[in-house]
Structures are given as structure tokens and as C-alpha cells.
Design a protein around this ligand. Sequence first.
Ligand code: PEP
Length: 246
Amino acid sequence: TAARRKLVVGNWKMHGSLALCREAVPALATAGNAQVEIILCPPAPFLGEVARLAAGTALASGGQDVAELASGARTGEWSAGMLAELGCRYALVGHSERRQHHYENDALIAGKARACASAGITPIVCIGESLHERESGETRQVLCNQLDWLLTTPHWRNAIIAYEPLWAIGSNRPATPELAQETHAFIRAYLASCDPAAAQQLPLLYGGSVNAANAAGILAMPDIDGVLVGGASLQIQAMQAISATA
Ligand code: PEP
């Protein structure tokens, strides 16, 4: 609906450099407006620099991941509180690459969303089905299973959900706007069966091969409140163009 602000999230994955941070932050700091919020998620070592450069601007920053604990003996991880201390307001949680390469499951991901909420960080919880699941008609069941874990925490009402079909990520094969809309409407209806008011205001993002050429069609859909951009987010002009269409 028109009431929800559009979000454009850039996930650099394990790409980029300090030089790109210094180029991208000022360029994106002025690309957002009252209708569009831009959130940059660089690799963790660059978060301090991005947060410092973005301070006082409309550009928001986020982690690509976060631990499920507030602190502890967890070499290589960082907490939501640490992100908050830098000035980050968001964290991706449960990205498919974390699920695939780091064996993250829905219970852990729900814990990470909970840890974010405790620290005042908004989790961007990623869900989505594989090609095999889509082709065998299991998409809705898979999404419900993933959502059920998130729904175990009352904090889900303050989360953002990113629908990222695995077959569309990094494949140059985005979902059509119609298919994405249909799936988003299903997700919103499922959330509404728990809490209609919360479902109505919860931002639902689409991710998977979004670029400057296809973003407008996707963002025009009524249940799509924004996009999570991977590969194209490394191109500053693409991020500016996507934000301008949102
Ligand atoms: C992602 O990393 O979340 C993503 C959607 O990647 P891409 O835009 O490259 O498909």
C-alpha cells in the first residue's frame, strides 16, 4: 500500500573495498528521500567506515549477519549490540548463502532475529524456496515452515522479511513481478493469520537478480515494499537508478 515506505537494500556480499565505501556512501546518502530509504550492507570490516561516513545522512547501514547471542566466546562473530554501537540500524539474517555455506537453520535464524530486537536492530529476515521446491509445488509449505520459526518470537512484528527465491539469486533470472507479487501476497496473508495489523505494516522485500532495468516493474507491485539487491548493489549508478524508480 502507499503507506509503506519503499526500501532499497544493497548487499555487497564479500565484495567491495574501502575505496568503494568512500565513493558509494556520499553518492547514496543523497539518493534516498521521504518515499525511499536506502540501506547499505557492506562486509563487516567496512561497517565502521560506512557508518562513520553515513552519520547524519539519510543513508542507513546494516550488517550482513549477526550472532544470536549478546556476547560470548564466538570467535569471528559480532553481536547486534556492536552493530547498534556503530550506528547500524539493520542486519540481514538468514541469507540463503548463510543457510547454504554456514548451515544456518530456521531456529538459529529466529534466535538472530530475537538478538537484533533486543539491541534495537531491525532484522531483515531472508526466506525463499529452491528451484526443486518451486517445481515440485512445495513453495508455500517451505515458506510457511521458515516463517513459523520467525513467528515464535513476538519481535517478528518489527522485522522486515525478504523473499529471495534461491533460483533467482545471482542467476540473472529474476522472478517476474507477477510471481513475486503472488508470493508476497501469500506471505502477507500468512502473517495476517497471526496478526492482521502487523502483517499490513510489515515491509516485505523481494530479492533475486534485481537491477536498474527490472526494479521498477517489481517495485510497482502492491505487496512489494522494496528490493534486496546483491550483484547490482556494487554499481553505484544502479543503486541510484533503482532508488529513483522506487
Ligand atoms: C542477494 O544477495 O540477496 C541477492 C539478491 O543477490 P543478487 O541481486 O545478485 O541476485
